[in-house]
Design a protein around this ligand. Structure first.
Ligand SMILES: [Zn+2]
Length: 198
């Protein structure tokens, strides 16, 4: 038997260890746990997709500015360097963190966690990595960054013709695929598998 507290009404529910696919609170019917089938495979596949999108987002042009027959293309990393050169250090650091380092860390962390479980490879400190991943999640603010870009596009549109590059679309997809990869995770299953390997 194991005991699960209901997050809605605080009732302590008791379930047998071999439990059903979905556990409901006995008093209020809230869903306490839902088994996600093939969660490791699905999350791993989505994470690999996210890695490809991330590489595309960094290697293709982000924006092209057309003004008076003059076209200037910017990639994300050159854009960050440009912000730094114009002494916008805070903004450059923020973009570097939220658009490059945090997504990269999340993708690397998920791969480090999931690939060894899938192929039965050693992964020292995997539990620490999983904890870290859950702490870092709120710092990946790609979504907010995407909104900022849309606002900037609309405003700059009056001064020059702005053409969003492949990179912008790759980032947009990356937001969705990362969210799907994380929601495909089954934390109780992961804790259990990680614990057994220790
Ligand atoms: Zn309840």
């Amino acid at each position: 038997m194991h005991v699960v507290a209901c997050h809605d009404c605080d009732l302590l529910n008791q379930f047998p260890d071999k439990a059903a696919a979905t556990l409901l609170c006995a008093r209020c019917g809230a869903v306490l746990y839902r088994h996600r089938p093939d969660s490791i495979d699905r999350s791993l596949a989505l994470t690999l997709g996210a890695l490809i999108l991330f590489i595309v987002a960094l290697s293709f042009p982000f924006l092209a500015m057309k003004s008076g027959g003059f076209v200037q293309e910017t990639r994300l990393l050159t854009g960050i360097r440009e912000l730094w050169r114009q002494q916008l250090y805070g903004l450059a650091t923020l973009v570097l963190l939220t658009c490059v380092l945090v997504p990269l860390g999340q993708i690397a962390g998920l791969l480090y966690l999931l690939a060894p479980l899938k192929w039965d490879l050693p992964a020292p400190h995997a539990i620490r990595v999983f904890r870290l991943l859950r702490h870092v999640a709120p710092w990946g603010m790609l979504e907010i960054f995407m909104l900022g870009i849309l606002v900037a596009l609309v405003k700059l549109g009056k001064m020059a013709t702005i053409v969003p590059g492949i990179s912008v679309f790759a980032f947009g997809l990356l937001v969705l695929v990362m969210a799907a990869a994380i929601s495909a995770l089954d934390p109780p299953l992961l804790w259990d598998r990680l614990d057994r390997r220790r």
